[in-house]
Design a protein around this ligand. Sequence first.
Ligand SMILES: NC(=O)c1ccc[n+]([C@@H]2O[C@H](COP(=O)([O-])OP(=O)(O)OC[C@H]3O[C@@H](n4cnc5c(N)ncnc54)[C@H](O)[C@@H]3O)[C@@H](O)[C@H]2O)c1
Length: 320
Amino acid sequence: MYKIGIVDTMNDKGIDLLKKNKKFTFEIITDLSKENLLKQIPKFDGITLRRGKIDSEILDKCNNLKVIARHGVGYDNVDTVSLKQKNISLLVTHNSTSTSPAEHAMFMILNIYKGRDMFDKMVREGNFHKALYLKINDNFELFNKKILIVGCGRIGRKIIKKCLGFDLKVLVFDPNLSKEDVSSFGGLKIDDLNEGLKQCDILSLSLPFNKETKYLINYNNISLMKKNAIIINISRGGIINEEDLDKALNEKIISFAGIDVFEKEPPSDDNPLLKNPRVLLSPHAATFTKECLEDMSEETVSNIIDFFENNLDPIKIVKL
Ligand SMILES: NC(=O)c1ccc[n+]([C@@H]2O[C@H](COP(=O)([O-])OP(=O)(O)OC[C@H]3O[C@@H](n4cnc5c(N)ncnc54)[C@H](O)[C@@H]3O)[C@@H](O)[C@H]2O)c1
């Protein structure tokens, strides 16, 4: 029998897979405090991990742990150096975690481009004809605009497809892809991030957070962007410097932002983006659709079962 820890909540569909499999017992850990994780994690052979930070101190105490299966694809909440030292495998979801985030990026772009809930409010408040007399300066067509997609993996490629449907021109900055790869997805590879920032009307981020990508987007390079430009971040907080973004929006260097992810989650009350009317916010909810949450929970749990049954598709294993 393998002992599995389900760290943080997940959809019942995934948990049902474990319930049905006689080779596993499991326990759900909802207290994500470091103190509790230090106490609980060492007793498991494998864990699934959604929120909750697994650092080197916790991993030092784990002598049975063989695998961590992330409920998702980002793994910035796990100390990968310790994982490697202890020969613990790290798995991610591969199939289930890109459609909803790509749709969320489109939701944010469309929402911002089409005036958010302004028209809805006018109709409800009895101001049906008010729109005729407004100067419509903040609503735009997507047709022929340029989007720069930074990070063109599973999510970025799905965003490209959707953008092409809206007749957007797609630029891609991703140093790990060739010009030919990018053009086969329908985009044009840009070698210099700053060049892409100068040209684009929409910047959309779909890349991992790590030492290299921390504050990749900051006041200096936002200053290169067009006045009408918008920034969408559905990848990870910390890739954008939030104070710099707030400043650039207040100084009207760019026009608007859609932010799903924050450097600290939940964001502190004094995070300036919470009060900035030129930001559309969501609570790290790009995967929060019925389909995505069901599929992610099933894929996460299947990954851990397949790992112990020696049946795992190697594409799910992170190369540490
Ligand atoms: N908001 C959410 O709920 C949510 C959901 C899923 C994923 N994410 C985040 O989105 C990120 C992307 O997910 P994915 O499944 O597309 O990952 P992926 O690994 O398939 O693709 C990431 C791409 O980013 C590229 N990249 C890496 N470093 C780069 C850099 N410095 N500049 C430009 N490109 C770079 C890689 O070459 C790769 O093509 C994840 O790492 C995760 O943190 C967020």
